[in-house]
Design a protein around this ligand. Sequence first.
Ligand SMILES: Nc1ncnc2c1ncn2[C@@H]1O[C@H](COP(=O)(O)OP(=O)(O)OP(=O)(O)O)[C@@H](O)[C@H]1O
Length: 306
Amino acid sequence: MLLNYLGLARIGMLGGIHLPSPTCYIVHFQLVSGLECDLAKNLVGQPLARQLVVKGLRKFLQEPSPVKPLVLTFHGWTGTGKTYLATLLARHLFRDGVHSAYVHQFSPVVHFPHAEFVKQYKHDLKNWIQGNLTRCGRSLFLFDDVDKMQPGLIDVIIPFLGPSWVVFGTNYRKAIFIFISNAGEKQINQMALDLWQSRRDREEVNYQELEASILQAVNEKPQNGLWKSEIVEERLFDILVPFLPLRRYHVEQCAANELVSQGREPQPEILRSVADSISYFPAEHRVFSSTGCKTVASRDYVYYVY
Ligand SMILES: Nc1ncnc2c1ncn2[C@@H]1O[C@H](COP(=O)(O)OP(=O)(O)OP(=O)(O)O)[C@@H](O)[C@H]1O
Protein backbone atom coordinates (compact mmCIF):
# COMPACT_ATOMS: atom_id res chain seq x y z
CA MET A 1 0.00 0.00 0.00
CA LEU A 2 2.79 2.39 0.89
CA LEU A 3 4.47 1.74 -2.42
CA ASN A 4 1.35 2.78 -4.24
CA TYR A 5 1.26 6.23 -2.63
CA LEU A 6 4.36 7.06 -4.63
CA GLY A 7 2.73 5.65 -7.74
CA LEU A 8 5.44 3.03 -8.05
CA ALA A 9 3.07 0.56 -9.64
CA ARG A 10 2.49 3.01 -12.46
CA ILE A 11 5.82 2.43 -14.12
CA GLY A 12 6.33 -1.25 -13.55
CA MET A 13 8.91 -1.03 -10.81
CA LEU A 14 7.36 -3.42 -8.36
CA GLY A 15 9.31 -6.56 -7.69
CA GLY A 16 12.54 -4.79 -8.63
CA ILE A 17 11.85 -4.83 -12.38
CA HIS A 18 13.61 -1.86 -13.95
CA LEU A 19 12.65 -1.26 -17.53
CA PRO A 20 15.45 0.46 -19.42
CA SER A 21 14.21 3.37 -21.45
CA PRO A 22 15.80 4.95 -24.50
CA THR A 23 13.51 7.99 -24.42
CA CYS A 24 14.88 10.24 -21.71
CA TYR A 25 15.32 13.82 -22.87
CA ILE A 26 17.97 14.48 -25.47
CA VAL A 27 20.27 17.39 -24.85
CA HIS A 28 20.29 19.66 -27.88
CA PHE A 29 21.83 23.05 -28.34
CA GLN A 30 18.50 24.91 -28.47
CA LEU A 31 17.25 23.50 -25.19
CA VAL A 32 18.70 26.11 -22.88
CA SER A 33 18.16 29.00 -25.31
CA GLY A 34 14.51 27.96 -25.62
CA LEU A 35 14.14 27.92 -21.85
CA GLU A 36 15.92 31.26 -21.52
CA CYS A 37 13.56 32.83 -24.02
CA ASP A 38 10.48 31.30 -22.38
CA LEU A 39 11.58 32.55 -18.96
CA ALA A 40 12.35 36.02 -20.27
CA LYS A 41 8.82 36.20 -21.69
CA ASN A 42 6.83 34.49 -18.96
CA LEU A 43 8.64 34.52 -15.62
CA VAL A 44 7.86 38.00 -14.33
CA GLY A 45 10.18 39.96 -12.04
CA GLN A 46 12.78 37.25 -11.36
CA PRO A 47 15.85 38.12 -13.48
CA LEU A 48 18.22 36.82 -10.81
CA ALA A 49 16.47 33.43 -10.60
CA ARG A 50 16.32 33.25 -14.38
CA GLN A 51 20.02 33.99 -14.82
CA LEU A 52 21.12 31.58 -12.09
CA VAL A 53 19.05 28.68 -13.44
CA VAL A 54 19.92 29.25 -17.09
CA LYS A 55 23.63 29.60 -16.39
CA GLY A 56 23.70 26.52 -14.14
CA LEU A 57 21.71 24.40 -16.56
CA ARG A 58 23.79 25.44 -19.55
CA LYS A 59 27.02 24.53 -17.79
CA PHE A 60 25.58 21.23 -16.58
CA LEU A 61 24.20 20.13 -19.95
CA GLN A 62 27.33 21.11 -21.85
CA GLU A 63 29.29 18.61 -19.81
CA PRO A 64 29.04 15.11 -21.35
CA SER A 65 30.11 13.51 -18.06
CA PRO A 66 29.04 15.80 -15.22
CA VAL A 67 30.94 15.38 -11.96
CA LYS A 68 27.71 15.34 -9.95
CA PRO A 69 23.97 15.77 -10.47
CA LEU A 70 22.63 19.31 -10.75
CA VAL A 71 21.06 20.25 -7.41
CA LEU A 72 19.08 23.48 -7.17
CA THR A 73 17.26 24.93 -4.18
CA PHE A 74 14.48 27.49 -4.79
CA HIS A 75 13.55 29.86 -1.95
CA GLY A 76 11.04 32.65 -1.59
CA TRP A 77 7.66 34.04 -0.72
CA THR A 78 4.45 32.40 -1.92
CA GLY A 79 3.39 32.96 -5.52
CA THR A 80 6.73 34.30 -6.73
CA GLY A 81 7.24 31.64 -9.41
CA LYS A 82 9.28 28.85 -7.81
CA THR A 83 7.06 25.98 -8.94
CA TYR A 84 6.28 27.81 -12.15
CA LEU A 85 9.97 28.00 -13.10
CA ALA A 86 10.41 24.29 -12.30
CA THR A 87 7.40 23.52 -14.52
CA LEU A 88 8.83 25.51 -17.42
CA LEU A 89 12.16 23.78 -16.98
CA ALA A 90 10.45 20.36 -17.10
CA ARG A 91 8.61 21.44 -20.24
CA HIS A 92 11.88 22.21 -22.02
CA LEU A 93 13.58 19.02 -20.87
CA PHE A 94 10.74 16.58 -21.55
CA ARG A 95 8.08 16.63 -24.23
CA ASP A 96 5.34 15.93 -21.68
CA GLY A 97 6.75 18.39 -19.14
CA VAL A 98 5.80 17.59 -15.54
CA HIS A 99 3.58 14.77 -16.82
CA SER A 100 6.57 12.92 -18.25
CA ALA A 101 7.33 9.55 -16.68
CA TYR A 102 10.83 10.92 -16.01
CA VAL A 103 9.68 13.86 -13.91
CA HIS A 104 8.99 12.96 -10.30
CA GLN A 105 7.24 15.43 -8.02
CA PHE A 106 7.02 15.01 -4.27
CA SER A 107 4.95 16.99 -1.85
CA PRO A 108 5.01 16.35 1.92
CA VAL A 109 1.23 16.59 2.34
CA VAL A 110 0.59 14.15 -0.49
CA HIS A 111 3.51 11.73 -0.22
CA PHE A 112 4.85 11.97 3.34
CA PRO A 113 1.93 13.06 5.52
CA HIS A 114 2.41 10.89 8.61
CA ALA A 115 5.36 11.44 10.97
CA GLU A 116 5.09 7.85 12.24
CA PHE A 117 5.86 6.42 8.77
CA VAL A 118 9.13 8.30 8.25
CA LYS A 119 11.19 5.12 8.28
CA GLN A 120 9.00 3.57 5.61
CA TYR A 121 9.00 6.81 3.59
CA LYS A 122 12.80 6.86 3.66
CA HIS A 123 12.99 3.32 2.40
CA ASP A 124 10.44 3.88 -0.37
CA LEU A 125 11.90 7.22 -1.44
CA LYS A 126 15.39 5.79 -1.78
CA ASN A 127 14.13 2.83 -3.81
CA TRP A 128 11.98 5.06 -5.94
CA ILE A 129 14.88 7.36 -6.85
CA GLN A 130 17.27 4.52 -7.41
CA GLY A 131 14.81 2.62 -9.61
CA ASN A 132 13.96 5.64 -11.70
CA LEU A 133 17.55 6.69 -12.19
CA THR A 134 18.22 3.20 -13.47
CA ARG A 135 15.48 3.76 -16.05
CA CYS A 136 16.55 7.27 -16.93
CA GLY A 137 19.80 8.77 -15.71
CA ARG A 138 18.52 12.20 -16.73
CA SER A 139 15.42 12.09 -14.54
CA LEU A 140 14.16 15.28 -12.93
CA PHE A 141 13.12 15.17 -9.25
CA LEU A 142 11.08 18.04 -7.83
CA PHE A 143 10.59 18.29 -4.08
CA ASP A 144 7.94 20.86 -3.21
CA ASP A 145 7.48 22.44 0.25
CA VAL A 146 10.73 20.90 1.50
CA ASP A 147 10.53 23.12 4.57
CA LYS A 148 7.37 21.23 5.57
CA MET A 149 8.95 17.78 5.28
CA GLN A 150 9.85 15.76 8.35
CA PRO A 151 13.44 16.70 9.28
CA GLY A 152 15.86 13.94 8.32
CA LEU A 153 13.66 12.38 5.62
CA ILE A 154 15.33 14.19 2.77
CA ASP A 155 18.77 13.02 3.89
CA VAL A 156 17.98 9.56 2.55
CA ILE A 157 18.68 10.84 -0.96
CA ILE A 158 22.11 12.26 -0.10
CA PRO A 159 24.03 9.38 -1.75
CA PHE A 160 22.40 10.40 -5.05
CA LEU A 161 23.44 14.06 -4.81
CA GLY A 162 27.18 13.82 -4.38
CA PRO A 163 29.97 13.20 -6.85
CA SER A 164 30.20 9.41 -6.41
CA TRP A 165 30.65 7.91 -9.83
CA VAL A 166 28.61 4.85 -9.08
CA VAL A 167 26.18 4.37 -6.22
CA PHE A 168 24.41 1.07 -5.91
CA GLY A 169 25.67 0.12 -9.36
CA THR A 170 24.22 3.07 -11.29
CA ASN A 171 25.59 6.36 -12.63
CA TYR A 172 23.49 9.11 -11.06
CA ARG A 173 25.43 12.14 -12.16
CA LYS A 174 23.16 13.29 -14.97
CA ALA A 175 20.04 13.75 -12.87
CA ILE A 176 18.55 17.08 -11.81
CA PHE A 177 17.13 17.65 -8.32
CA ILE A 178 15.15 20.74 -7.34
CA PHE A 179 14.18 21.52 -3.75
CA ILE A 180 11.46 24.16 -3.44
CA SER A 181 10.68 25.90 -0.17
CA ASN A 182 9.63 29.11 1.57
CA ALA A 183 12.70 28.87 3.82
CA GLY A 184 14.48 32.22 3.92
CA GLU A 185 11.45 34.14 2.63
CA LYS A 186 11.61 36.70 5.46
CA GLN A 187 15.28 37.38 4.76
CA ILE A 188 14.66 37.77 1.02
CA ASN A 189 11.69 40.08 1.60
CA GLN A 190 13.58 42.16 4.14
CA MET A 191 16.48 42.65 1.75
CA ALA A 192 14.10 43.66 -1.03
CA LEU A 193 12.35 46.08 1.36
CA ASP A 194 15.66 47.61 2.45
CA LEU A 195 16.52 48.23 -1.18
CA TRP A 196 13.13 49.81 -1.77
CA GLN A 197 13.57 52.05 1.27
CA SER A 198 16.97 53.20 0.06
CA ARG A 199 15.38 53.86 -3.35
CA ARG A 200 17.42 51.23 -5.08
CA ASP A 201 16.21 48.72 -7.60
CA ARG A 202 15.17 45.38 -6.05
CA GLU A 203 17.35 43.62 -8.63
CA GLU A 204 20.45 45.20 -7.09
CA VAL A 205 20.21 42.65 -4.31
CA ASN A 206 23.57 41.34 -3.11
CA TYR A 207 23.45 37.65 -3.96
CA GLN A 208 26.25 36.52 -1.63
CA GLU A 209 24.68 38.28 1.36
CA LEU A 210 21.28 36.93 0.49
CA GLU A 211 22.56 33.38 0.09
CA ALA A 212 24.29 33.55 3.47
CA SER A 213 21.20 34.84 5.28
CA ILE A 214 18.93 32.21 3.65
CA LEU A 215 21.29 29.43 4.72
CA GLN A 216 21.38 30.85 8.23
CA ALA A 217 17.56 30.92 8.33
CA VAL A 218 17.38 27.31 7.17
CA ASN A 219 19.78 26.21 9.89
CA GLU A 220 18.10 28.16 12.64
CA LYS A 221 14.63 26.70 12.22
CA PRO A 222 13.99 23.18 13.46
CA GLN A 223 10.88 21.49 12.05
CA ASN A 224 12.08 22.44 8.61
CA GLY A 225 12.88 19.67 6.15
CA LEU A 226 16.32 21.08 5.36
CA TRP A 227 17.23 21.73 9.01
CA LYS A 228 20.63 20.20 9.81
CA SER A 229 20.40 18.44 6.46
CA GLU A 230 23.67 17.49 4.86
CA ILE A 231 22.28 18.92 1.65
CA VAL A 232 22.85 22.31 3.22
CA GLU A 233 25.60 21.54 5.73
CA GLU A 234 27.79 19.68 3.22
CA ARG A 235 26.78 22.07 0.45
CA LEU A 236 25.52 19.34 -1.82
CA PHE A 237 23.44 21.90 -3.67
CA ASP A 238 25.01 23.69 -6.62
CA ILE A 239 22.90 26.80 -6.81
CA LEU A 240 20.66 28.49 -4.27
CA VAL A 241 18.02 30.41 -6.21
CA PRO A 242 16.22 33.26 -4.38
CA PHE A 243 12.86 34.50 -5.65
CA LEU A 244 12.17 38.15 -4.89
CA PRO A 245 8.76 39.36 -3.70
CA LEU A 246 6.67 40.78 -6.52
CA ARG A 247 5.47 44.37 -6.77
CA ARG A 248 2.23 45.78 -8.07
CA TYR A 249 3.60 46.33 -11.58
CA HIS A 250 4.63 42.67 -11.68
CA VAL A 251 1.06 41.64 -10.82
CA GLU A 252 -0.12 43.79 -13.72
CA GLN A 253 2.46 42.15 -15.97
CA CYS A 254 1.26 38.67 -14.92
CA ALA A 255 -2.34 39.71 -15.64
CA ALA A 256 -1.29 41.09 -19.03
CA ASN A 257 0.47 37.83 -19.93
CA GLU A 258 -2.60 35.87 -18.88
CA LEU A 259 -4.93 38.00 -21.00
CA VAL A 260 -2.64 37.75 -24.02
CA SER A 261 -2.50 33.96 -23.61
CA GLN A 262 -6.31 33.99 -23.70
CA GLY A 263 -6.17 36.01 -26.92
CA ARG A 264 -7.52 39.11 -25.18
CA GLU A 265 -6.42 42.71 -25.12
CA PRO A 266 -4.50 43.62 -21.92
CA GLN A 267 -6.50 46.80 -21.28
CA PRO A 268 -4.90 49.06 -18.64
CA GLU A 269 -8.18 49.31 -16.67
CA ILE A 270 -8.38 45.53 -16.33
CA LEU A 271 -4.75 45.31 -15.21
CA ARG A 272 -5.36 48.06 -12.67
CA SER A 273 -8.47 46.31 -11.31
CA VAL A 274 -6.60 43.03 -10.89
CA ALA A 275 -3.73 44.77 -9.09
CA ASP A 276 -6.22 46.69 -6.89
CA SER A 277 -7.89 43.47 -5.80
CA ILE A 278 -4.68 42.13 -4.24
CA SER A 279 -3.31 43.00 -0.83
CA TYR A 280 0.24 44.24 -0.31
CA PHE A 281 2.75 44.15 2.53
CA PRO A 282 4.13 45.50 4.80
CA ALA A 283 0.87 47.15 5.88
CA GLU A 284 2.34 50.64 6.26
CA HIS A 285 3.98 50.78 2.83
CA ARG A 286 2.06 48.22 0.71
CA VAL A 287 5.10 47.42 -1.46
CA PHE A 288 4.92 43.70 -2.25
CA SER A 289 2.04 41.48 -3.32
CA SER A 290 0.88 39.18 -0.48
CA THR A 291 0.16 36.39 -2.93
CA GLY A 292 2.71 37.25 -5.60
CA CYS A 293 1.12 36.41 -8.95
CA LYS A 294 -0.48 33.29 -7.57
CA THR A 295 -4.15 34.14 -7.94
CA VAL A 296 -3.76 36.12 -11.15
CA ALA A 297 -4.16 33.32 -13.69
CA SER A 298 -7.21 31.86 -11.98
CA ARG A 299 -9.18 35.13 -12.12
CA ASP A 300 -12.32 35.25 -14.16
CA TYR A 301 -11.39 38.13 -16.42
CA VAL A 302 -14.94 38.41 -17.75
CA TYR A 303 -15.77 40.40 -14.61
CA TYR A 304 -13.05 42.90 -15.35
CA VAL A 305 -14.50 43.96 -18.71
CA TYR A 306 -16.08 47.40 -18.55
N1 LIG B 1 7.18 35.34 -11.34
C1 LIG B 1 6.06 34.90 -11.95
N2 LIG B 1 5.87 35.13 -13.26
C2 LIG B 1 4.75 34.71 -13.87
N3 LIG B 1 3.75 34.03 -13.26
C3 LIG B 1 3.90 33.77 -11.96
C4 LIG B 1 5.07 34.18 -11.24
N4 LIG B 1 4.92 33.78 -9.97
C5 LIG B 1 3.75 33.14 -9.89
N5 LIG B 1 3.13 33.13 -11.08
C6 LIG B 1 1.80 32.56 -11.36
O1 LIG B 1 1.26 32.08 -10.15
C7 LIG B 1 1.10 30.66 -10.18
C8 LIG B 1 1.55 30.09 -8.85
O2 LIG B 1 2.96 30.32 -8.70
P1 LIG B 1 3.97 29.25 -8.13
O3 LIG B 1 3.24 27.96 -7.92
O4 LIG B 1 5.18 29.21 -8.97
O5 LIG B 1 4.27 29.89 -6.73
P2 LIG B 1 5.35 29.42 -5.69
O6 LIG B 1 6.43 30.46 -5.66
O7 LIG B 1 5.77 28.03 -5.96
O8 LIG B 1 4.50 29.57 -4.35
P3 LIG B 1 4.35 28.62 -3.04
O9 LIG B 1 5.52 28.93 -2.16
O10 LIG B 1 3.06 29.07 -2.43
O11 LIG B 1 4.30 27.20 -3.53
C9 LIG B 1 1.93 30.18 -11.35
O12 LIG B 1 1.38 29.02 -11.91
C10 LIG B 1 1.86 31.36 -12.30
O13 LIG B 1 0.63 31.33 -13.01
